[in-house]
Write a protein that binds this ligand. Structure first.
Ligand SMILES: Cc1ncc(C[n+]2csc(CCOP(=O)(O)OP(=O)(O)O)c2C)c(N)n1
Ligand SMILES: [Mg+2]
Length: 365
């Protein structure tokens, strides 16, 4: 049986583990500029970043409610990580392909994935969500930790062999960086100059395991060992995330090879709806991270800079409400998937036993 973590270990975390001087930040937690905020985006695009983050948070909270109401089986919330996901996904082009883990719904929204289709995975009615990965540029949800990092490199190598200009981005967490898959993928990408961006969302926890039990040096520093650039960025600063991802993606597409980005952020909610985070972390830690909220920070920056006003922010909130209401309606009125799917998608030529079971269950061949 698992024993509870000693309280002293958790107490040590109250000293902020993030060194703010060693990560790129363009907008500080209070919304004031902390660097050159000209990231090359138009005023419309700068407003779109805020609109996406507001929309994503509203959706995330609705998904938590949908799970509690029995409409989703389980759901992994991303609240707190909106800037990391929206800023990075916004930097991708139509030809690029994102390889997510299971917590990247905000990135999926930016890519234009059909959310009702995406959520069928969490409703338990389809294995990976029936959306088209190529049409949306967003690969299926990947729950086996870190396996998608290898997939992203494989796809990127294919792009290179085809002579196309595109890149992949692998989304993964701090805990995933402890898996062998991460190392294998990073080394392979380095050796073959694969056009891939390794995007680590360091959200402070891997379920109940804190960073001090996962690594000693910053994850971004590992890039030097593989021979490509690595950078730590304030993952709650959407402009900084956009800038580093855009640069990494452009380098990848133009033959410069991989980049490792470590976005320092925080998982405000539980690991998933099946988790009680109060068993292993203090509420003070969560409250401290709320003061670095990515949305409020960026809202202040945009309004202070005169790029957005209160009416725009209010309109984003209203638009998010009706958008989410449509998703709820779409999800809760879905019919059951056809029973035949239980037998599909594994064998090209089903073995006799399976064919017999199919006949018995469905009465067809
Ligand atoms: C191969 C594998 N091992 C273990 C698990 C159980 N598991 C699910 S999420 C998770 C932790 C992931 O932590 P991190 O990479 O930091 O991502 P986060 O959940 O914080 O987004 C673990 C151990 C799994 N899904 N797959
Ligand atoms: Mg994590």
């Amino acid at each position: 049986m698992l024993s509870r973590r000693p309280r002293s270990t958790r107490r040590e975390r109250m000293d902020d583990p993030i060194d703010h001087t060693s990560m790129l930040q363009l907008v500080g937690p209070d919304g004031t500029p902390a660097g050159d905020t000209d990231v090359g985006l138009s005023a419309g695009d700068l407003r779109a970043l805020l609109r996406f983050m507001i929309r994503a948070r509203r959706l995330d909270r609705e998904c938590m409610l949908l799970q509690r109401q029995g409409e989703l089986t389980v759901y992994p919330p991303f609240e707190g990580q909106e800037a990391a996901q929206v800023g990075s996904a916004f930097a991708l082009g139509r030809e690029d392909l994102a390889f997510p883990s299971f917590r990247e719904l905000a990135a999926a929204v930016v890519r234009g994935v059909d959310v009702v289709e995406y959520l069928q995975y969490h409703r338990g009615t389809w294995h990976g969500g029936p959306y088209d990965p190529y049409a949306s540029g967003f690969a299926p949800i990947c729950v086996p930790v870190a396996t998608q990092i290898v997939h992203a490199v494989g796809w990127a190598l294919g792009v290179k062999l085809d002579g196309r200009s595109a890149c992949s981005i692998a989304y993964f967490g701090d805990g995933s960086a402890s898996e062998g898959d991460f190392h294998e993928a990073a080394n392979l990408a380095a050796v073959f100059t694969a056009p891939v961006v390794f995007f680590c969302q360091n959200n402070g926890w891997a379920i109940s395991v804190p960073p001090e039990e996962q690594y000693v040096a910053p994850i971004a520093d590992r890039a030097a060992g593989y021979g490509f650039p690595g950078i730590r960025v304030d993952g709650n600063d959407v402009l900084a995330v956009y800038r580093v991802t855009n640069e990494a993606a452009e380098r990848a597409r133009s033959g410069g090879g991989p980049t490792l980005i470590e976005a320092m952020t925080y998982r405000i909610g539980p690991h998933s709806t099946a988790d009680d985070a109060s068993r292993y972390r203090d509420l003070e830690e969560v409250e401290r991270w709320r003061t670095r909220d990515p949305i409020e920070r960026y809202r202040r920056y945009l309004t202070d800079a005169g790029i957005a006003d209160d009416a725009f922010v209010a309109a984003c909130g209203a638009e998010a409400e009706s958008w989410v209401a449509g998703i709820r309606a779409g999800l809760t009125t879905l019919g059951a998937p056809p029973a035949s799917e239980v037998f599909d998608h594994v064998f090209t030529e089903p073995p006799a036993t399976l064919a017999r079971q199919r006949r018995e269950a469905l009465g067809d061949a």
